[in-house]
Ligand binder design. Structure first.
Ligand code: PLP
Length: 856
């Protein structure tokens, strides 16, 4: 029989142990092993049994044991110390508190969060990144207030059929059994077409200093369909996804308002949207301001100034889009907001294809600051979205980048963290001193690497046994697992979601070659693989099946294994225990990738295609770059070439180095690379570095813009909106009419300079509304300027009555070869944050470099 409803009866802790409840309900335990040591002491056997989940531990522990602990003075002392430590952590000033004028609070929106295996609300990289973002914010004292959804079935757990086919199970999660507390007396409501209302309650997960509000639609006021809105992460169809995104964006802002009101938490000055999914938050904020009597355009300016949008995918299919008619139904008709015209909403999400509403494009139009998640991804994103800024060169498209990072205390093996704490104290306290890694002895690092590899092998065997049993094998057939994998063999890890661009099966391109690498009598390798395919992705499941089928073969099954149910717990074991982290995406489709960073921090070496973060930070000696066959258009041929490069590297470089034990039994050349990796990559891949970049580069400037526009009852927002309107209307009359050059003769020489004088038709605009620039530099075969430099030209006298103005300036001829220049006009306003802010530009009707010349 199945229960129709489940809930968790919480333990009542004896008063002496009240602090234990506090510790359990702050997820800081998930990156603070001293706290989990204390949990383990409550009941060591039970702690293992509940999979290191402290809420489950408290739910299952025998009350008699609690009474015993309540009288155990040594335990009580340790508990008091741990509680003091947490309180200190929660209140002490940190890096952020040394800044002046930083935002009072920042709202962070994401559809998923990977904070701990015990809170399974993530599917992959985006969620893990969001979790690490919150934890690093907490460590640095950055006042983030995060918002997401509470999925009652989370993401699925994965197992395998006897045939190696992925099977999905959706566990029933009861919030009472999770480290959450309910925000009492708060209900969030979102109107739906047909006079329906979507209701949600709000749970709070506390990630150190950072509260995470999770909206949950499973409440009695909702009809059955509405109750299921937050049933699963990335489940269901388009309609379901829209409901989730409405709740996340609109409901999320309402949850923040309620939270701030009931707790006194400062209101966010900056809103950070991760990926398009949460984009409706901008509309809700426009609604708030228009109801406070701003016009739509004025509210749009105020909202844009304080919004940061981060795009996380360069895969066009990964962009979130809806049929425009669904948006029209939601925001028009009887659910329309009186102050927010539906046509304006539709225009925000309009893209080249008619009838489509694009959440990423709306995200970019609602945010004054936009970024990708690695330098290469920034560049690819500028190309993907260039058409939103017509007339601008690729590198002027206002999409920047902040490269992702990972939270070391979450991902680094405990032995290594302790070694670092002992030998390199400034690392932990001030994120400095990584070069000190060079002074640690090879033997010590190698010993820890051995411990981590052995731990992984032992855990992998246990997981293999569970998986083979679930696939129908009996224990009698599974004796071989005791000998499967080898704690001394070069161990390669490959774990990630299974979309096709990540090419799970690239390693199978030449099965015989792979087999001989695995079974090499002198320099064998072993490979541990994990990953989930999206439940609707039959192709991905086929790839998993191919890997499993190969790994099932009797001659190799001890050297290549697929471990089901990739989650944070398995991820931690893998990135800590593997010697090499393999990543072979189809370049440039990996936005950043983060698992390789986790491996690097654990003394693993990356073996990867130069994509995402690895394109940026591979330096020739901190791991290996698999050669990409970027230009090859036949996908099979490309795979074949890249796979051959991979096999060659493993055979001739990786295994050679690992097994070279000429130096007193230690792989000296290997450890040299490990140390170099830690010393140089260590400081870069940290989530703390990422957070500082966000604060300094985006959050603080966004707060400054938002404050500037909202001052004096939003006076500046009103005038900026009026200015934009006026410039948009006047722009068609703006022209570069004429450009004259003087100062060089027919044979210009390097070192000379060129005096430019441009005549600009301004139509109804004033000289103060525009900037006139010369762009100059090298030109290519089609007269295109290559990476031009810019010089702002100065007005030459007041503008004439005829709507014309003259501008002059001198450009240096400082390089030999083909040289060209042009003049352009751009709108200019102190509140704009890039030259492309309005997406308007005027260039001469003649092509660039009207007087191209060759310098000698
Ligand atoms: C780190 C991590 C990811 C993301 O890894 P990528 O390298 O970005 O693919 C996904 N899932 C889990 C469980 C992780 O720990």
């Amino acid at each position: 029989m199945r229960a129709i409803r489940r809930f968790t009866v919480r333990t009542v802790l004896p008063a002496e142990l009240a602090a234990l409840g506090e510790l359990v309900h702050n997820l800081r335990w998930s990156w603070h092993p001293e706290t989990t040591d204390l949990f383990a002491e409550v009941d060591p056997a039970l702690w293992r049994q509940v999979g290191h989940d402290p809420v489950a531990l408290l739910g299952a522990v025998d009350p008699a044991r609690l009474r015993e602990l309540a009288a155990d003075r040594r335990f009580l002392r340790r508990l008091a110390d741990a509680a003091d430590d947490l309180r200190e952590y929660m209140t002490a000033p940190r890096w952020y508190q040394t800044l002046s004028d930083a935002p009072r609070a920042i709202a962070y929106f994401s559809p998923e969060y990977g904070l701990a295996a015990a809170l399974p609300q993530y599917s992959g990289g985006l969620g893990i990144l969001a979790g690490d973002h919150l934890k690093a914010a907490s460590d640095l004292g950055v006042p983030i207030l995060a918002v997401g959804l509470l999925y009652r079935h989370g993401y699925f757990t994965q197992s395998l059929s006897p045939e190696g086919w992925q099977l999905e199970h959706y566990p029933s999660l009861d919030p009472g059994g999770l480290p959450l507390s309910l925000l009492k007396d708060v209900r969030v409501r979102v109107g739906l077409p047909g006079r329906r209302t979507l209701h949600a309650q709000v749970w709070v997960a506390q990630a150190g200093r950072v509260p995470l509000l999770l909206l949950d639609s499973d409440v009695a006021e909702n009809d059955a369909a509405a109750r299921d809105v937050t049933d699963r992460l990335y489940g269901g169809g388009t309609d379901h996804r829209l409901m989730q995104e409405l709740l996340l964006g609109i409901g999320g802002v309402r949850a923040i308002r309620a939270y701030c009101e009931s707790t006194g938490h400062p209101e966010p000055e900056v809103f950070h949207t991760n990926e398009g999914h949460a984009g409706f938050l901008g509309l809700e904020r426009i609604r708030e301001l228009t109801e406070a009597r701003l016009s739509f355009d004025e509210a749009l300016e105020a909202v844009r100034a304080g919004t940061v949008f981060t795009t996380h995918t360069p895969v066009p299919a990964g962009i979130d889009r809806f049929p425009a008619e669904m948006i029209e139904r939601q925001f028009g008709g009887d659910t329309a907001w009186p102050t927010v015209p539906v046509e304006r909403i539709l225009a925000l999400g309009a893209e080249a294809e008619p009838g489509v509403f694009n959440m990423a494009i709306m995200g970019m139009r609602l945010a004054q600051r936009v970024n990708g998640v690695s330098e290469l991804h920034g560049e690819v994103s500028r190309g993907m979205f260039q058409t939103l800024w017509p007339g601008f060169d690729l590198d002027e498209v206002p999409i920047g980048s902040i490269t992702n990072g990972v939270h070391a205390p979450t991902w680094v093996g405990r032995e290594l963290m302790e070694l670092a704490g002992r030998e390199l104290p400034t690392l932990i306290e001030r994120a400095q001193g990584w070069e000190g890694v060079q002074k640690i002895s090879d033997a010590e690092i190698w010993e820890i690497r051995g411990i981590l590899r052995r731990r992984l092998v032992e855990s992998a065997r246990a997981r293999m046994r569970t998986s083979w049993r679930a696939r129908g094998s009996s224990d009698a057939e599974l004796g071989w697992i005791d000998e499967a994998l080898d704690p001394d063999v070069l161990t390669i890890g490959f774990a990630r979601r299974v979309p096709s661009y990540k090419r799970l099966t690239l390693m199978l391109s030449d099965p015989d070659r792979l087999r001989s690498l695995l079974l090499d009598p002198v320099k064998p390798i072993q490979i541990i693989i994990a990953g989930k395919a999206h439940p609707a992705d039959e192709g991905g499941k086929k790839l998993i099946q191919q890997i499993v089928t190969f790994a099932d073969e009797e001659d190799v099954r001890h050297r290549i294994v697929f471990l089901p149910d990739y989650d944070m717990a398995l991820g931690q074991e893998l990135v800590q225990g593997c010697d090499v982290w393999l990543n072979n995406p189809l370049r440039p489709l990996e936005a950043s990738g983060t698992s390789g960073m986790k491996s690097a921090l654990n003394g693993g070496l990356n073996l990867s295609i130069r994509d995402g973060w690895w394109d940026e930070w591979y330096d020739g000696t901190n791991g290996w770059a698999i050669p990409t066959a970027d230009g090859v258009t036949d996908p099979d041929r490309r795979d074949e070439l890249e796979a051959a490069g991979l096999y060659d590297l493993i055979e001739h470089e990786v295994a050679d180095r690992f097994y070279d034990r000429a130096g007193e039994g230690l792989p000296r050349r290997w450890l040299e690379m490990v140390k170099h990796t830690l010393a140089t990559l260590g400081p870069k891949v940290l989530a703390g570095r990422m957070l500082r970049d966000y604060v300094v580069g985006l959050y603080a400037p966004a707060a400054a813009s938002a404050r500037a526009l909202s001052a004096d009852g939003y006076g500046p927002a009103k005038s900026f909106a009026a200015w934009r309107l006026r410039v948009n209307q006047a722009w068609p009359a703006v022209r570069v009419e004429h450009v004259e050059a003087a100062g060089v003769g027919d044979t210009p020489e390097v070192g000379a300079s060129l005096d430019l004088r441009a005549t600009i038709a301004l139509g109804d605009l004033d000289p103060a509304d525009v900037a006139v620039e010369a762009a100059y530099g090298r030109v290519g075969p089609h007269d295109e300027l290559i990476s031009p430099r810019y010089l702002e030209l100065a007005p030459d006298g007041p503008g004439g009555d005829d709507g014309r103005a003259h501008y002059t300036g001198t450009i240096p001829l400082d390089r030999t070869g083909a040289f060209g220049y042009t003049v352009r006009v751009l709108p200019s306003h102190p509140m704009a944050c890039s030259k492309a802010e309005l997406g308007l530009i005027a260039v001469p009707e003649e092509p660039a470099g009207m007087t191209n010349g060759t310098l000698r």
